[in-house]
Write a protein that binds this ligand. Structure first.
Ligand SMILES: *[C@@H]1O[C@H](CO)[C@@H](O)[C@H](O)[C@H]1NC(C)=O
Ligand SMILES: *[C@@H]1O[C@H](CO)[C@@H](O)[C@H](O)[C@H]1NC(C)=O
Length: 225
């Protein structure tokens, strides 16, 4: 088979405010992020819109014409030649900046056919330095001088908000460090910060536990940051 269908979902939430709720993760107007590994999306006026589809081979492709709506999702699809391996020689001689190739969080420029940076949680390209990939997981992007090789180094977790400076080492946490904050014990694990334990009414619950309180309320100790 030569062609594969790529589906881009556009989700239209009912609420009319400006933020976008992507399965519980809030994004501000104008934010860009990669969704389900296959869609570069943005938040526009409270709606998540697909800007580009990311193919399995890492190419960004434009969203084509709308096809149909299903369960509140609007699907559009594009045709893209299937490619098993990424090869910069497949870049057109007339490539421009919209032809960047994405592979495993690396961004490759199709004009120079060299690495240009690493892709963070918002879909932004970081040329060199610290960046976040989700769950406050902290990474460092290194591009070799000749831009023919690149490396993403694990740096533990970032214990700050979007308003904090990502280079502030006081907010960097080494992997496997745990700390207590209020009714939670947090841990910097392999994929970011997670709740490890909950402290409720003098009892300790491990993440993943659920229990029924005297008043009938069902509680869970969640693992999500
Ligand atoms: C992470 O931040 C919280 C809140 O600012 C603080 O209480 C906690 O000590 C920090 N954890 C570490 C390991 O620095
Ligand atoms: C964030 O945490 C969830 C739950 O453990 C995990 O499935 C997901 O892969 C993590 N995301 C990243 C970017 O590590």
């Amino acid at each position: 088979m030569k062609f594969v269908l790529i589906f881009g979902a556009i989700f239209w939430p009912r609420s009319s405010w400006q933020q976008c709720d992507d399965n519980g993760e809030m994004h501000s107007n104008g934010d860009k992020w990669i969704r389900n590994n296959h869609f570069l999306v943005t938040c526009r006026g409270g709606k998540i819109q697909t800007l580009k589809c990311v193919t399995d081979s890492g190419h960004l492709i434009d969203v084509g014409s709308k096809t149909h709506t299903e369960n509140g999702y609007e699907y559009s699809c594009n045709q893209e030649e299937q490619q098993k391996e990424i090869n910069v020689n497949s870049c057109s001689t007339f490539a421009d900046f919209s032809d960047d190739i994405f592979k495993d969080r690396f961004a490759i420029c199709c004009i120079s056919r060299r690495f240009k940076g690493c892709v963070d949680i918002n879909g932004d390209i970081i040329k060199h330095g610290y960046f976040l990939i989700g769950n406050q997981s902290l990474k460092f992007c290194k591009i070799a001088k000749n831009q023919l090789s690149a490396r993403i180094e694990p740096k533990g977790c970032f214990n700050g908000s979007i308003h904090d400076d990502i280079n502030d080492e006081k907010l960097h946490i080494k992997k496997y460090v745990t700390w207590k904050n209020g009714e939670f014990e947090w841990r910097c694990g392999d994929d970011g910060i997670h709740v490890q334990k909950c402290f409720v009414d003098g009892k300790v619950y491990w993440a993943g536990s659920s229990w029924i309180e005297n008043n009938g309320n069902v509680k869970t100790c969640s693992t999500i940051y």
